[in-house]
Design a protein around this ligand. Structure first.
Ligand code: G6P
Length: 590
């Protein structure tokens, strides 16, 4: 969590404003407070501005500058206050630090630094880094070497940026938390991801763990932190376009990304054929499939488990945060499929590392590129949905599920058939997502807007679909929405139903239809309002949203209803659908 951004040699001399704009692109990483530090063009001390709250349309009053760093925070150590917002200064005011990660040994470091008479202003772990560098500088070392030495003492996953007044440089270091450098024409950038500087340059370098870089007006130098030796910097050009990180006429990224799915599903079906066939062969040769992820990615794992079963393969699915007790069962036969939009989710990385340590073949099903998960993995399956900016995952989820469907079918030699089915799915969804159908979901949202509790039922594939549907409602509108397997209903949960309680029933037109209809009837008999999400109408439904008839793929349409409904409910209840409270898109802490 937390986003960091910086620029050296800003041609506009408005480095603070440039950083502010860049931070807006990183807000998905955390948005409880933000801050910027600059070296004024006119000389003098480092100047800092920090505020609690989202950046939104904030303006900065910092003076002209060509060098600046900035940070958007998701609080871990210390409450959400101006003082705890980054950047943090040392006692002398010579250096300012921004940080993404957790310094696990910060208490010990803080005690030592206090004994050396350093004064702390915040409750953060980050501030110790500034004072530790100040202490190291007293030994006469250069700023680069002082930063490298201090970084080596930090325990945990961390990425830092250090602005030095005297050298007029920014030193950045990475261990576990993402950092990218952008090389523009005469301007140099750093960011937690490339979206922050895509507007200026597509020439990038992603730092590996244990690497540092120094950005000055003369360019960027890359170093190995342990040996402090310089390394050759080889950049590459990313294929993302500026439009990918803009709203493109939509009021919110979330709506844009929901609508984009019809194209991204078709696109993902054209990718990764070689890798998918290789993994399919390993499965056919007796490889054991273990699927793992957090949040939306976990529901993707659960849905994929049903697809594997339909293809005759037994797969297991775990929430990554609950995998460790089972990691001991991973071995050379295990194909550990880590699903993650960002590739940076701490729990998913921990689970992946544990499986790999026991000999598992690690497969990353990711959307963002050059992530930590990607670096760890033996096989990378990048689903190609493009930058997903809204915190709530939509198009990355459907691209990941589509890819895992392709994999499940590839095992039985049905790859081409599945690819056609995916292309058809994209086309059918495109025809179905008409303004008329979207309005029907909007009208349903208007009817449900004042309810605080909703329940969902589904069976087989529609059970994980109902869980993902519920998550979209919770994340976007803050309404309590809970999904149950329809078979579970009579075993306790039916007590929750009162007169008028909204209950969604998700269907496919298959052998589960009658059983779910019976459950819906039982709910209705206890006063529930039944909302059918299905390709067919039924007398049990008080409301009905018709989704395309797509056999095993019907859940894609059913889930998209949940995405749109969550979006409309959120708008109606005054939330920010792109940045729900308390969440961050990339949860890089345990
Ligand atoms: C956070 C987000 C969720 C997301 C989950 C996993 O909790 O709020 O929307 O599903 O992280 O993220 P990943 O990047 O691993 O898919």
């Amino acid at each position: 969590m937390c986003g960091i951004f910086g620029i050296v040699n800003d041609g506009t001399s408005q480095a603070a404003q440039t950083v502010l704009d860049g931070l807006k692109k990183l807000e998905y990483r955390g948005y409880d407070s933000w801050g910027i530090a600059i070296i004024p063009k006119s000389g003098g001390r480092i100047r800092i501005e920090k505020h609690v709250g989202k950046i939104g349309s904030a303006k900065t009053t910092l003076p002209d500058s060509t060098i600046a760093i900035g940070h958007t925070r998701w609080a871990t150590h210390g409450g959400v206050t101006d003082i705890n917002a980054h950047p943090h200064l040392d006692c002398s005011g010579q250096i300012a630090v921004i940080h993404n990660g957790i310094v696990e040994n910060y208490q010990d470091l803080k005690e030592e630094l206090k004994r050396e008479k350093h004064t702390f202003h915040s409750e953060t772990d980050t501030e110790v880094i500034a004072h530790a560098i100040e202490e190291e500088l007293k030994t006469g070392r250069s700023i680069n070497h002082a930063v490298f030495s201090v970084f080596n003492t930090l325990v945990g996953s961390n990425a830092i940026g250090v602005l030095d007044l005297h050298a007029g440089s920014i030193v950045i270091c990475r261990n576990g938390s993402p950092l990218a450098i952008g090389i523009g024409s005469n301007s140099y950038y750093l960011g937690s991801d490339v979206t922050a500087f895509l507007k200026f340059t597509r020439r990038v370098y992603f730092l590996a763990d244990g690497e540092a870089a120094v950005l000055t007006v003369n360019g960027v130098k890359l170093y190995d932190i342990s040996s402090q030796a310089e390394k050759k910097l080889v950049t590459h050009t990313v294929d993302w376009k500026v439009e990918d990180v803009q709203k493109g006429g939509y009021p919110h990224f979330l709506l844009k990304e929901i609508i984009e799915q019809t194209a991204t599903i078709k696109k993902t079906a054209r990718l990764n054929e070689t890798e998918l066939k290789q993994i399919a062969k390993k499965i056919a040769d007796g490889g054991r499939v273990v699927l793992c992820g957090c949040g939306t990615a976990f529901y993707c794992a659960l849905a994929a488990k049903y697809y594997f079963s339909l293809a005759g393969i037994e797969a297991q699915a775990y929430g990554a945060y609950e995998f460790l007790p089972f990691a001991k069962f991973a071995d050379k036969k295990t194909l550990f499929i880590a699903i993650s939009q960002s590739g940076e989710t701490a729990d998913t990385l921990i689970a992946a590392k544990a499986a790999k340590k026991n000999g598992a073949h690690l497969i990353a099903v990711v959307n963002a590129r050059a992530s930590t998960l990607e670096r760890l993995s033996d096989t990378i399956i990048a689903v190609g949905a493009g930058p997903e900016i809204a915190v709530v995952s939509t198009k990355a989820f459907t691209a990941q599920l589509a890819t895992l469907y392709l994999l499940s079918r590839a095992v039985g030699g049905k790859y081409k058939e599945a690819q056609k089915a995916m292309t058809n799915l994209g086309a059918v969804l495109e025809k179905w997502l008409t303004p008329k159908n979207r309005t029907a979901i909007l009208n349903l949202a208007k009817k449900l807007i004042d309810y605080e509790d909703m329940y969902l039922i589904g069976k087989h594939l529609n059970f994980p679909a109902a869980m993902e549907f519920a998550l979209k409602i919770k994340e976007t509108s803050y309404i309590h929405a809970e999904a149950f397997a329809s078979g579970e209903l009579k075993h306790g949960v039916i007590t929750l139903i009162q007169k008028g309680t909204p209950c969604f029933a998700l269907f496919a037109n298959d052998e589960t239809r009658q059983e779910v209809l019976s459950s819906a009837t039982e709910l209705k008999a206890r006063g529930a309002t039944i909302i059918g999400i299905s390709p067919f109408a039924a007398p049990e439904f008080n409301y009905h949203i018709q989704t395309p008839e797509l056999g095993d793929l019907t859940i894609f349409g059913n889930i998209i209803v949940g995405q749109l409904l969550g979006y409309y409910l959120g708008i109606g209840r005054g939330t920010d659908p792109d940045k729900p409270r308390n969440l961050a898109k990339s949860v890089t802490v345990k």
